[in-house]
Design a binder for this molecule. Structure first.
Ligand SMILES: [Fe+2]
Ligand SMILES: [Fe+2]
Length: 167
């Protein structure tokens, strides 16, 4: 089922993808303005999914969490960890490859967003308003300590993803 809730979240994927593509448009360098816009935007997007969508699904299912929730949370954790160190082409490539799989899980037929939309019923309008008014997430500056990058790589591996090295 694809209505206003599905569309709002899927449109945010498109917006974020475009920012990511702009950030890496010139080989070997990261364009700071679209990167920071992407970083801010995806942190808010993840927060909407974890603080609004997943709890609503659990509530509508009588306390039973969405089966896909754990998988999505692992990916979110990896994405957030990759946004802590200063961006590099390898980090951006890794983010892109995680998002390719992740967004498909959310958007596909019978996926996360259809589950959300299908359960929302007469709460659709209220949920849409809640998503639209989700506040920005506090964003810390990038941290260039080597251990921040190392721990991001570990979180990526623990989530079952590969840290890609840009050529
Ligand atoms: Fe997500
Ligand atoms: Fe998403």
């Amino acid at each position: 089922m694809r209505g206003a809730l599905y569309q709002y979240l899927a449109d945010d994927h498109i917006r974020l993808d475009l920012l990511l593509q702009r950030a890496v448009a010139s080989p070997g360098v990261i364009d700071a303005a679209p990167y920071h816009e992407f970083r801010k935007g995806i942190l808010r997007h993840i927060s909407m999914e974890e603080k609004i969508v997943l709890p609503a699904i659990a509530r509508w299912q009588g306390g039973r969490k969405a089966a896909i929730g754990e998988r999505l949370r692992l990916d979110h954790g990896a994405l957030v960890a990759l946004l802590a160190p200063p961006p590099t082409p390898s980090i951006m490539l890794t983010i892109q490859s995680i998002l390719e799989v992740h967004n498909e899980l959310e958007e596909r037929e019978g996926g996360f967003y259809e589950l959300f939309e299908g359960l929302a019923g007469d709460e659709t309008e209220r949920m849409l308003a809640q998503l639209k008014s989700a506040p920005p997430v506090a964003v810390l500056p990038n941290n260039d300590k080597p251990e921040v990058l190392e721990s991001a790589k570990k979180v990526v591996a623990m989530a079952g993803h590969e840290f890609k090295v840009a050529s």
